[in-house]
Design a protein around this ligand. Structure first.
Ligand SMILES: [Zn+2]
Ligand SMILES: [Zn+2]
Length: 329
């Protein structure tokens, strides 16, 4: 038999290559874009994830756009609000259902969470439920023990395998059509935020030049720098909080309690507590275990915005060796 000609080879290779390029590009805007079976599902899809790389490179623009007090203030405020949305809602609400809220507020915080460029709430929560079930085993998507530090920090979600939303793990929230829509077109929210920041900066440059800001400056600090810092702070819980810290509870995984990470991530650093009992709204189990997300949710409960906050059960506190104060009668 003769060898196939180069033209025949091109015909057999080119369509699948171009369809893969097409899918990678469509996935920038529509996370439902798929070819079905994919080859190289565990490899990094650099084309699809190039905006993620570009977001990091864009931070270098601080050297051109300069800095101002208002740019730093907006970047910090967006870090605080969005970290709370991630920890309070993406994690403690969507992934673990540790409190209840209205359908409207659930959507509002899902949108704030989507502005963090960490995908939609259903994708995020489904992967996180998978992490808890298989923590630090071969089936954990981001275990530093199994996959190494870098992969657990920022490798696993860059692959086709890590891209899809695992609908089987999130049927409780997938029944809301507005959440399915947000999960599919999650990129619209960060685009809207970036545009709004650029517009605000341009308006301030025109009407309040004394502030020393501009469209490019607010876009760079408020969106790119704030989002990149927020991203790396969030994923320390997948990487560092399974490596460094103390273990109060002998869980099957490598989770640790780390007070520095808890400060950075508003309470998520009490990760060994959390792996031992993920069903509690609170992750700092003692009064001195600072858990800013929990305080924020308590405030929201006082304002009647959320309710049914699930506490740490007495038996869990007893297992930790803490004496439980009981009132008589
Ligand atoms: Zn974990
Ligand atoms: Zn969790």
């Amino acid at each position: 038999m003769s060898e196939p000609s180069p033209a025949v080879l091109m015909e057999s290779v080119t369509p699948s290559f171009w369809s893969a390029v097409n899918v990678s590009l469509r996935r920038w805007f529509d996370t439902s874009a798929s070819t079905g079976l994919e080859s190289g599902a565990e490899r990094i899809d650099w084309l699809r994830t190039s905006p993620f790389v570009a977001m990091h490179l864009a931070c270098v623009a601080v050297f051109w756009v300069g800095v101002s007090r208002i740019a730093i203030a907006i970047a910090a405020a967006l870090y605080v609000v969005r970290m709370f949305a991630l920890t309070g809602f993406y994690h403690r609400y969507f992934a673990h259902r540790t409190f209840r809220t209205s359908r409207a507020l659930q959507f509002v915080f899902a949108c704030i969470g989507a502005s963090c460029v960490q995908r939609g709430p259903l994708w995020w929560a489904a992967h996180h439920r998978n992490h808890h079930q298989h923590a630090d085993t071969e089936r954990d998507p981001h275990s530093p023990r199994v996959h190494g530090f870098l992969w657990s920090h920022m490798g696993w979600f860059l692959t086709p395998a890590g891209f899809r939303t695992d609908w089987k793990r999130i049927p409780d929230f997938a029944r809301y059509q507005e959440l399915r829509w947000l999960d599919r077109y999650d990129i619209l929210v960060p685009i809207a935020l970036a545009s709004a920041l650029y517009g605000l900066g341009s308006l301030l440059a025109h009407y309040a030049p004394g502030l020393g800001t501009s469209g490019g400056q607010l876009l760079t600090w408020g969106f790119f720098v704030s989002t990149v810092v927020l991203f790396h702070a969030t994923v320390t819980i997948n990487s560092l909080a399974h490596r460094f810290g103390t273990r109060r509870f002998p869980t099957r995984d490598d989770s640790r309690n780390n007070p520095w990470l808890a400060l950075l991530t508003f309470g998520e650093g009490w990760h060994n507590n959390h792996h031992f009992f993920p069903g509690s709204v609170r992750q700092g189990f003692r009064w001195w275990e600072i858990d800013l997300t929990y305080y924020g949710l308590r405030l929201m409960a006082a304002l009647r915005l959320v309710h049914n906050l699930k506490p740490v059960p007495a038996r869990v506190m007893q297992q930790a060796g803490f004496i439980i104060q009981r009132t008589r009668g």
